[in-house]
Ligand binder design. Sequence first.
Ligand code: NAD
Length: 370
Amino acid sequence: MALAYKAPVYTGSVVGAGNGGKGSMAALSESSRFRLVAVADIQEEARAAARELYPGIRTYDSHAEMFADCPTDVVCVSTWPPSHFEVTEAALDLPLRGILVEKPLADNFSDGRRLLEIVRAQKLPMVVPHGLLVAEHSRQVLARVRNGDIGQLKLVEIQSDGWDIINAGIHWLNFFVTLTGREPVDYVMAACDVSTRTYRDNMQVETLAVTYAHTASGVRVVMNTGDYVSISEPDENTLFRLIGTRGTLDFYGWAPRYRLLNADHPDGQLFEVDPGAATNHQRHLENLATEIDRGQPDYSVAEGSLAALELCEAAYLSCRHGGTAVTLPLDEYSPPPPADWQPGLPYGGRGGGRDGRRLPRRHGQPGRQS
Ligand SMILES: NC(=O)c1ccc[n+]([C@@H]2O[C@H](COP(=O)([O-])OP(=O)(O)OC[C@H]3O[C@@H](n4cnc5c(N)ncnc54)[C@H](O)[C@@H]3O)[C@@H](O)[C@H]2O)c1
């Protein structure tokens, strides 16, 4: 008689027991593929809360102590972004089987890329828990766009209340990156109001911002983030509006539904989606378990996350340099010298410049009249 295959169970630990860490702790303890054994956090309050929720676990006040005393198969790096690199680098000294690193991979693109490189160098399976990549409703949205249900995608408008570019915006930009099949982005422009000195998750962030980017083939994204953003739809705190040549598709961040308007649904049809029992963190971690089982790392999610981090950094660079267009790749970008030019003021015929009425036509561009 053939014995039934029993999937291996991997031990897991979490560094940083806040909101992101709670997602990983719950997933590790709920999933039959994992056993949550330890948690590290610099704050006793967070450690005590973790012990109360998961009485069997060990807790530590530093990742170094936990790694020395209680190495696990999988580590979830759920601290604030500026320490992701340091904690990940230390975790790689363990006989690790897989790693989860929270978004953003780091607080800057260069460290995010270094982080991915050191994980890759060990051929270690890795996930970054961008929930929209595994949530049922957003997967259906992706499938519909790929299926041509709204024709050719032209514009993605995002409105996000109570958040910023780097902390939640990276989830949304990651979805844009996925929608466009990671098509190269030509440039990013952003304007940030910083008047309130808001910080979030150990990062200085904007009070209100608009980020604009477009891909090489011309798919645009316009994202409005900030402490208080009024959303076009009542009762929603996030809105995605995908505009195609033959329809539109709206959805509302994490809410399990979307609205499709196209020739088949000329009045717009709301689709309510069953989100299923597993959380998004659990889905990502179970994908990690499958990668470990097969011994085949898949870095596509991490690469997409890094591409989204590049867009975030480009947006903040654009803000820092007065809203200039930041061309990608970022490695090849250098900021222009400060410009003595004020759009909107009269031009007095002095001080150089070029006549916008006499610009050479670009190849294939129609003449302009106004
Ligand atoms: N994927 C998601 O859906 C999701 C959801 C929430 C948060 N996150 C991410 O999780 C990360 C943490 O954010 P959060 O919302 O959990 O913040 P948080 O403030 O709720 O929790 C962070 C925790 O990390 C601890 N910490 C900080 N530095 C540490 C260190 N060096 N060693 C050990 N513990 C440390 C803090 O004491 C705190 O308890 C961020 O990168 C955030 O973007 C992701």
